[in-house]
Ligand binder design. Structure first.
Ligand code: ATP
Length: 319
């Protein structure tokens, strides 16, 4: 089994207890581990896979808490760094109109330093890049670019998830798109939400997502998985497109469904003797996506992200 290196942010999500009001009225918060690449690392480890998290937290109690969460999930944290800056915090509430109210206090995640010794470990393994905060500038972005280049040179299997957060890129969407497209064009696998696929393709929310995939393939994208919530996932490999249906569930919280999906997919890819099979026109990859859909769906049936990730016993991963 190969290892999956997950690069990006690990932070504290302070989730407002009294949902339905904006943050100015929230007075109780629950502390949760957050950060999409860290969730993906946990999803892989929970299924029995080998994952390593590369990111930075502070030398403060919040950083200690976060690394312990990952360690308890059996994620390799030996490449995680502790910075002198405070751990990055996000305060989140869902307002009455369904919009997310969000305040972000950025600290240690931005400080990740490049370690050129790591590149040799990428050889023959998988590298997953989650871009929520990584493309916002600072040392993290530089480091992230270096590791992307290393992954390419070492011929690692590269997976990219833009993790677009409108709150972080308001007014700068064009910059985000431009930065993402160079990753999209060189990665083997991209995971998008429908909104992200349309945004990166320069289309509006009324356009068909298949058209977005065509534009992104023209820009160099290889395999695209576009997650469609309860509808499942659109898999696009150029001309060949197929929606793989999900299972029926009663969702209570969709946080982390996308991370569970891509984590489960990467776990299955990490067990393949060769990744060639997923680029070919064969049913195996669609079967893997079906199982990843189930992982995403099951995550929505409980509150939280990491704690609701399914284990292997729920996913029939050996057949
Ligand atoms: P995130 O909020 O983590 O960024 P996302 O928008 O990328 O998530 P979703 O589309 O919400 O991801 O979910 C990922 C996958 O999980 C979907 O492709 C689908 O297969 C499954 N899934 C999510 N919600 C449901 C649901 N309500 N019913 C069935 N399956 C679901």
């Amino acid at each position: 089994m190969r290892k999956v290196y997950c690069i990006g942010e690990l932070l504290i999500d302070f989730v407002a207890e009294n949902q339905g009001s904006d943050l100015s009225k929230a007075n109780e918060f629950t502390k949760k581990a957050g950060g999409a690449p860290a969730n993906v690392a946990c999803a892989i480890a929970k299924l029995g896979g080998k994952s390593s998290f590369i990111g930075a937290v502070g030398k403060d109690p919040m950083g200690t808490f976060l690394l312990k969460v990952l360690q308890d999930e059996r994620v390799d944290i030996s490449l995680a760094q502790r910075s002198n800056k405070f751990t990055t915090l996000a305060f989140v509430s869902i307002a009455q109109d369904g919009e997310r109210d969000f305040v972000f206090s950025r600290g240690a995640d931005r400080e990740l330093k490049y370690d050129k010794e790591i590149q040799k470990d990428f050889s023959g393994n998988l590298v997953h890049l989650g871009a929520a905060t990584a493309l916002l500038g600072g040392p993290l972005e530089e480091t992230y670019n270096h590791y992307f280049f290393d992954a390419l040179t070492k011929e690692a299997f590269i997976s990219f998830d833009p993790n677009f957060r409108s709150d972080l890129w308001k007014g700068n969407e064009e910059v985000f798109i431009k930065k993402c497209l160079s990753y999209v064009s060189k990665s083997h696998l991209c995971k998008f939400s429908q909104e992200e696929a349309l945004l990166l393709a320069g289309l509006s929310s009324r356009d068909p997502v298949e058209k977005a995939c065509d534009i992104l393939h023209e820009a160099g994208a290889k395999i695209l998985t576009v997650t469609l919530g309860k509808e499942g996932t659109l898999v696009s490999k150029g001309e060949k497109k197929k929606v793989v249906r999900s299972i029926k569930v009663d969702p209570v919280d969709t946080t982390g469904a996308g991370d569970a999906f891509i984590g489960c997919l990467l776990y299955q890819i990490s067990r393949l003797p060769s990744t060639d099979i997923i680029f070919e026109d064969r049913p195996e990859f669609l079967k893997m996506v079906k199982k990843a859909n189930k992982a995403g769906a099951l995550t929505t049936t409980q509150f939280g992200a990491i704690n609701s990730l399914p284990g292997p016993e729920l996913l029939d991963l050996n057949c």
